[in-house]
Design a protein around this ligand. Structure first.
Ligand code: ADP
Ligand code: MG
Length: 669
């Protein structure tokens, strides 16, 4: 068996199970081994029923005597209760929505019961437990890993699969031996074994530290390699002509001090002919686009072309319009190249580009394709960079290695951290918002307030404003009870707002259809868009004053903040309505973070605390090593060591290792 083999070869994985495991992202043996538990049940400490601590979870060894209750309380809530006892007390064991549990219980036998311990009026209750029949447990006193699951895959099945692969020690030790010894880390296979089947607490902690360090070490190694790739003695020397200041003077607004500061920083490097590799951060709506309009005008005046890459066609064509409206009258030739550009036009663009007839090419990843050749590329801009992979960034940058590089992101992370995570980039931050912006009034509502919210939106439409209504994507096999499908909401709102034009926008439309909808929305031919998150990034329509998000509980906070940033872009008082269909405490806490704050920095930090890091940095799609356990924010100390060690390692090995070698193939680029 090899690490890349399909999990099909394991006992217990038939076609049906295979599909379910695939849904969990598990395709190969390696994926399986990297499917880490999200928590553990510690049966190494077994309590007596009279030792339980109210409100806390614990493991108890008891007999299940009989079934005492089995009934539906209300729609969606089914309760089953059992009487249990040990030598110290009797208690009741309560399961929610697990109506067949009773069938599998062997009454009178001993079980290990792990669950929340409560005391009501002297009665002990253990709720939402996991139970295991004692006679079936191989070694009592172990720590049991509990995994993220999906319907049809239970913990036992995963344990059986792990039992087949863990003993084979399939991983190589990639981490250099001296580093392993320096920090007293485990060998890889031993660490993997102990993350899945910890022999004791100490071993678990060592295993975890080992894997966190390893993740961060290879993460840093790849970042530093990128940096080394970028290091060039010098870049293009740009002159900043008077025309540039004339453009700035004639903008429809005055630049904010944050924008001016950032421009100063970049101008300085450009004039000195330094290599420009810069991360431009600024909260949603801080005005990053105009900075790049100005920079690409500089490039043009110096005889260079610019490439602007955005993650969606909608955003690309919006940029296309902004750039054109500001620069075309100044003799700058701007073109748009996206996936849906017709082949004939594409060919014409490619020719013109090669011959230097186009000054600024704006597009999606269509512009990094092999056959896109520039005459003399001088500036690369990547917008919403967290949506792109490192490799895509490299692809663009390699079109001309001395061109200036600006990557933009609305995701603010602490400076200390970005210096390490984006070690290959200098950092500029737009830390002010344009004047006259009103605070976006944000509120979270439940289902009893939906009608009010819709009426409110109707009022805004009557006042001449426009609105967005966002629905989450529904994946196949999801329980639909609490979910609003975008098509249903569209039908509902179309008949609710009879006097207005309502349009549906979602990922399955072609690029052209999407653009048409956005175009019509901009021109106010459409007043309300019902959409999935395709409008999440960048969209800018100043007349839109309300955004309402259905099933807001399903979105990350950073995404909600981005969505909210679609309104409040002009001078109108704007509103964001978060329709939370979940009743859980945590979901309301999350909503509160957004209703309390408009500070993207604060929100991103909260999001990282609640959801971990991968999502926010976009490392999942970035092509950088995955961070599964490590959280750079929480593990900042380990990160610092990993950063240092990776640097030394590269020096000692003369930068000869290239860990991106195989990545391009994997990503199909
Ligand atoms: P983001 O940083 O989110 O990409 P944009 O570049 O899309 O933000 O800018 C948001 C809006 O703010 C746009 O309509 C833009 O024209 C406007 N804007 C940018 N800079 C200023 C400014 N200094 N004063 C007023 N409005 C501005
Ligand atoms: Mg933007």
């Amino acid at each position: 068996m090899k690490i890349n083999d399909s999990i099909e070869i394991l006992k217990g994985v038939g076609p049906k199970t295979l599909k379910l495991l695939n849904n969990l992202g598990i395709f190969t043996i390696e994926d399986l081994l990297y499917h880490y538990p999200n928590r553990y049940e510690d049966s190494s400490k077994i309590l007596k029923l009279n030792e339980g601590v109210p409100g806390e979870k614990g493991t108890f060894r008891c007999r299940i005597l009989k079934n005492t209750q089995d009934r539906r309380i209300r729609k969606g809530l089914y309760i089953s209760t059992f009487l249990i006892e040990d030598e110290t007390a009797r208690a009741s064991l309560t399961f929610f929505n697990n109506r067949f549990i009773g069938k599998s219980i062997h009454y009178g036998e001993e079980y290990l019961v792990y669950g929340r311990f409560e005391r009501f009026k002297g009665l002990i209750q253990i709720s939402s437990p996991e139970i295991e029949r004692l006679s079936e447990i191989k070694n009592i006193g172990r720590i049991r890993a509990i995994y993220p699951l999906t319907q049809g895959i239970n913990n036992n099945l995963l344990e059986k699969l792990f039992a087949q692969v863990l003993p084979l020690n399939l991983f190589e030790n990639k981490l250099p031996k001296d580093l392993r010894e320096k920090y007293g880390l485990m060998e890889k296979n031993m660490a993997i074994e102990n993350i899945h089947r910890p022999s004791n607490r100490k071993a678990y902690i060592r295993a975890r530290n080992t894997l966190i360090y390893e993740e961060l070490f290879f993460f840093e190694l790849s970042i530093l390699q990128l940096k080394n790739n970028n290091i060039k003695d010098s870049g293009i020397k740009f002159e900043i002509h008077d025309e540039v200041f004339d453009l700035i003077k004639n903008l429809p607004f005055k630049l904010t001090s944050g924008q001016e500061k950032v421009l100063d920083e970049i101008f300085k490097d450009m004039e000195e002919g330094k290599a420009v590799n810069r991360l431009l951060q600024g909260d949603v709506g801080s005005g990053k686009t105009i900075v790049t309009v100005i920079l690409s005008y500089i490039a043009k005046l110096n005889g260079y072309q610019s490439a602007i890459m955005a993650p969606t066609e909608i955003l690309a064509s919006q940029h296309f319009q902004s750039f054109r409206s500001l620069l075309e009258s100044r003799g700058v030739h701007v073109r748009l190249l996206v996936g849906s550009t017709p082949p004939k036009i594409k060919e014409e663009i490619l020719n013109a580009l090669k011959n230097g007839l186009i000054d600024i090419l704006i597009g999606t990843h269509a512009i990094i394709e092999e056959n896109v050749e520039f005459f003399n590329l001088g500036l690369n801009v990547i917008d919403e960079q967290h949506r792109f992979g490192v490799i895509q960034r490299k692809k663009l940058q390699e079109k001309n290695r001395s061109a200036a590089n600006i990557v933009m992101s609305a995701t603010p992370i602490p400076r200390s951290l970005s210096l390490i995570l984006y070690a290959d980039l200098d950092l500029s931050v737009i830390d002010t918002m344009p004047m006259g912006r009103k605070k976006i009034k944000t509120l979270s509502i439940n289902s009893s307030q939906e009608k009010d919210a819709l009426n409110f939106i109707g009022q805004e439409l009557k006042n001449g404003r426009q609105a967005y209504v966002i629905c989450s994507l529904i994946e196949e096999n999801e329980n639909l009870e609490n979910l609003e499908a975008v098509e249903d909401v569209y039908e509902k709102l179309k008949s609710f707002y009879k006097d207005f034009n309502v349009a549906l926008l979602h990922g399955r439309l072609t690029g052209q259809e999407k653009n048409q909808v956005m175009e019509d929305f901009k021109e106010n031919k459409i007043q309300l868009i019902v959409s999935t998150t395709v409008i999440e990034v960048g969209i800018n329509v100043a007349n839109a004053s309300v955004i309402m998000v259905y099933n807001a509980e399903r979105f990350g906070l950073a995404t909600l903040h981005q969505l909210r940033g679609r309104v409040g872009r002009g001078s109108y008082q704007s509103y964001c309505i978060l329709y939370n269909k979940s009743k859980t405490e945590i979901s309301w806490q999350r909503m509160k973070i957004l209703t309390d704050s408009q500070d993207g920095f604060y929100i991103a930090n909260k999001d990282m605390e609640l959801r971990g890091f991968g999502d926010i940095l976009g490392t999942r799609q970035s092509g950088l090593p995955n961070l599964r356990l490590a959280n750079p924010l929480r593990n900042i100390n380990i990160l610092k060591y990993a950063h240092e060690d990776a640097g030394k390692y590269l020096d000692e090995n003369n930068n000869t290792i290239n860990i991106f070698k195989n990545e391009s193939k994997k990503l199909n680029l």
